[in-house]
Structures are given as structure tokens and as C-alpha cells.
Design a protein around this ligand. Structure first.
Ligand SMILES: [Zn+2]
Length: 427
């Protein structure tokens, strides 16, 4: 980091805000020399080189764990509904979902869900709660006690982080994935969709901004104007974000520096939440480069045209060919799944997605692949192999909603899914 950049950063952290004078927008350190690896250069620490392979042609799906830290006065509590709101906002913003506040942006086909299995493989809500006054002030290396495998989960912590609305501890191209302190930290009052007293502009975009850092993006004003002729190696390393000399605060109608209009609506600026609504295509390209190169164990991939069900409510686009009525308790069910779209030689297997913990046993020719989010591809079934699912004969069963799909694993680790069969077992 150049001295002038450092001065800019410090001035931004210390900037006076109207309501919370001590709190800056973001505490993420600007890029600087340190522990990093020089390759790959496509989404490197000092360079960026958008490649066609990183265009959003399929989904990356990322499991998230929220660690909610409260103090002994009860400050810091966030309900599961509020946290789900925040997950929904991330999805809206990273996928530019139509009808949402993030719709004007770029569909990056990056999606997030609360983890459904913990590091030990047990079912989980994807939320942990802790009470610790020191941790609540963002002190005490709480991650050493709380972190879930940072290779495999996006670890988000919420507390009263005094510096700012949020920050990440480092950039993925510094090799931080897998370290216990790899994290996104959010001010608890900036989480979720509902306005927080004292900050009526809260729309959950602090998380969008910080997860942008987590996936390798820098501030749009990083390095000031940078060089338009060398925009992949100066400034924010992105060419389709205009150069910007300083961060944008508030919600101006227009702002200009560096001889062009500033990217004030970009999530990686400091503008108020209602004025933020886009990542650019090259920012998306860099984030999608970061995932396989710097965070290769974090995600699963899913073909964009297919449907996969995670959480509730279930995806409504259910296909039920060959199933005239749901199977009943005690019955053997033989779902018919269309394998015709599989590539020759691809590994095929069945995928069972459950919306709750189940003890469903599979028949001799089927293999339980997973509860979401896909921890295992375990066996090799030839396309068209009959498949039987034994439904528990339990009179007390009140009903389990689940669906079955077949999955093929293509070399290069893209998972493709066939049609889905929906089913409700029980009463
Ligand atoms: Zn930031």
C-alpha cells in the first residue's frame, strides 16, 4: 500500500457519520504486501484478468454459518428469521433477482444458504449463539473457539464491532482460506432486512459489501483513480468500474472524480444501502474466479438450467413423471428419474434432498447421496438403474417433505441434475 492509500483508508475509517460518529462503513484493510501467492493471476492480489471460463454459466452454491455473539445484557440477539432475511438479501444482490432491490445489478449466479450440516455431519440450523462481553466488542480471538472449517463454510460473525459496519480479516488471494480467523464480521444492527432504530437505511447491504471482499473484490476507490490504461493492475483491478478518487458517503444524485462519473451505486463503494444495487460483470468474473482458485472447498456447482432444492419453501418447479400419488408409509417407492441428459461416461447417482432430518433408508440399488449441501458423491449408478426408496413404516410419522433427483458428476467438478421428483411421506 502506498502511503497516500493508507492515509485515505485511515481518513475513511475515521470519517464522521451523522448518527454513529465512531463507526466507519467498512474496516477491511486495503490490499497490501503480505502473505499471498502470486498465481493464479486471473484473480490475483495485484492483478486481474477476466476469462470466459469465469462467466456465470452455472451456479456456485456456498454454505454459510452465522455466529451470533451477544453480551450479558442481551444486546446482539438476532432471530433466525432476521438471519434468513440476510441470506435472502445476499441471494438477491449476487443474483440480481428480478423484483428485488438488487435487480438492477449483474446476475453472478452465486448463491448462499445457511449450512444444514455442521462440520461433524450433524443437522444444524447454520446459526450458533454465544454470550461473551469481550467477544461482543470484537475482541478476544473468538474465532479460535467458534469457527467452523473455514475451507468449507463462509463464517459470518455478528457483534458490536466498534470500528465499522463490518469487515473481512483478509483477502482470499492472501491464502486466508482454511485459517481460523478467515471471516466476515458484521455489526449486529446492520444485519437483515428490517430497519434498525438509529439507522433507517439498513437494507442488509453491509453483508453484500463484505462478502464481495470475501470473494476477492476491493473498494471501487481502492488506490484512488488508478490508471484507465492499466485498469487490471491498478485501482480496484476492475475495468468496468469507473475510477474513483474517494469513497462516496450518503446518497448523492451524482458524483464525479477522475474525469468520469463515480460508481456510486456499486456495492463496493460506501454509499448508503438504498443507493447500492450492483456488481459489474467484471466484478462477478473476479468473484467467480476467486471461488475455484482461492476457495476451492467452499462450494458446490450446479448447472444453471437445473433446479436444486435447499431449505424451505421448496422450489415450486417440481416434476413428477410416473408418480401418480405420493408413496405411503411402509411402501416401497421406485421413482423414475430421467437420465437422458447425462453425458456419456459421467458418474451418475441419486440425490435426495430432505427439508428436515430423516431416517429414510434407500433400496439396494440406490445410494443416499446427501442431505444438502451435497457432502458426498458416493457411488456409481448406470443411467436407468432401478431405484427403490423404503419409506419408514412409522405410524407416528407426521410427514417428511423431500425430493429426489439424479446427479451426474462431470470431470471438472460440475454437477448436473436431472428432473426432480417431489414427495411427501407420512400423513
Ligand atoms: Zn469494504
Amino acid at each position: 500500500m502506498m502511503p497516500t492509500q493508507l492515509a485515505t483508508l485511515l481518513s475513511l475509517i475515521l470519517v464522521t457519520l451523522p448518527t454513529f460518529a465512531q463507526r466507519g462503513r467498512c474496516g477491511t484493510p486495503e490490499p497490501k504486501a503480505g502473505r499471498f501467492t502470486s498465481v493464479p493471476a486471473d484473480c490475483g492480489y495485484f492483478t486481474n484478468a477476466p476469462q470466459p471460463e469465469y462467466e456465470p454459466s452455472f451456479f456456485y452454491d456456498v454454505p454459510v454459518v452465522f455466529h451470533v455473539i451477544e453480551n450479558t445484557s442481551g444486546d446482539g440477539f438476532l432471530s433466525p428469521a432476521t438471519i434468513q432475511d440476510q441470506i435472502d438479501i445476499l441471494n438477491e444482490d449476487f443474483q440480481a433477482i428480478a423484483g428485488s432491490p438488487g435487480a438492477p445489478g449483474t446476475d453472478g449466479k452465486i448463491r448462499f444458504h445457511l449450512a444444514t450440516t455442521d462440520p461433524g455431519g450433524s443437522p444444524t440450523t447454520g446459526i450458533t449463539y454465544s454470550t461473551n462481553n469481550n467477544w461482543f466488542q470484537d475482541s478476544g480471538n473468538y474465532w479460535n473457539s467458534l469457527a467452523w472449517d473455514t475451507n468449507r463454510y463462509l463464517n459470518v460473525y455478528t457483534n458490536a464491532v466498534p470500528c465499522c459496519y463490518g469487515y473481512v480479516s483478509g483477502f482470499p488471494s492472501q491464502g486466508i482460506a482454511g485459517q481460523a480467523n478467515d471471516r466476515v464480521v458484521l455489526w449486529w444492527e446492520a444485519v437483515g432486512r428490517d430497519p434498525t432504530p438509529g439507522w433507517p437505511l439498513n437494507m442488509g447491504r453491509t453483508a453484500t459489501h463484505e462478502v464481495g471482499h470475501y470473494l476477492g473484490l476491493y473498494h471501487t476507490f481502492c488506490g484512488g483513480c488508478g490508471s484507465a490504461a492499466n485498469c487490471y493492475s491498478t485501482g480496484d483491478l476492475i475495468c468496468d468500474t469507473n475510477g474513483e478518487s474517494t469513497a462516496t458517503l450518503g446518497c448523492p444524485m451524482f458524483k464525479s472524480s477522475c474525469g468520469n462519473s463515480d460508481p456510486i451505486h456499486n456495492y463496493m463503494d460506501y454509499t448508503d444501502d438504498p443507493c447500492l444495487w450492483e456488481f459489474t460483470p467484471e466484478q462477478v468474473n473476479r468473484m467467480r474466479c476467486t471461488l475455484p482458485n482461492w476457495r476451492p472447498d467452499l462450494f458446490v456447482t450446479v448447472a444453471a438450467q437445473e433446479v436444486v432444492r435447499l431449505g424451505t419453501p421448496p422450489n415450486p418447479n417440481a416434476l413428477r413423471p410416473g408418480v401418480s400419488s405420493p408413496p405411503l408409509a411402509g411402501e416401497l417407492w421406485d421413482p423414475v428419474v430421467d437420465h437422458t441428459t447425462f453425458e456419456p461416461g459421467a458418474i451418475a447417482d441419486y440425490l435426495l434432498l430432505s427439508f428436515g432430518p430423516t431416517e429414510l433408508a434407500l433400496g439396494p440399488t440406490g445410494t443416499l447421496l446427501c442431505l444438502p449441501p451435497f457432502p458426498l458423491l458416493s457411488s456409481n449408478l448406470s443411467p436407468g438403474t432401478p431405484f427403490a426408496l423404503a419409506v419408514p413404516n412409522d405410524a407416528g410419522l407426521l410427514g417428511i417433505s423431500f425430493c429426489v433427483q439424479a446427479a451426474s458428476l462431470i470431470p471438472g467438478v460440475q454437477i448436473r441434475l436431472t428432473n426432480a421428483l417431489d414427495c411427501i411421506v407420512g400423513n
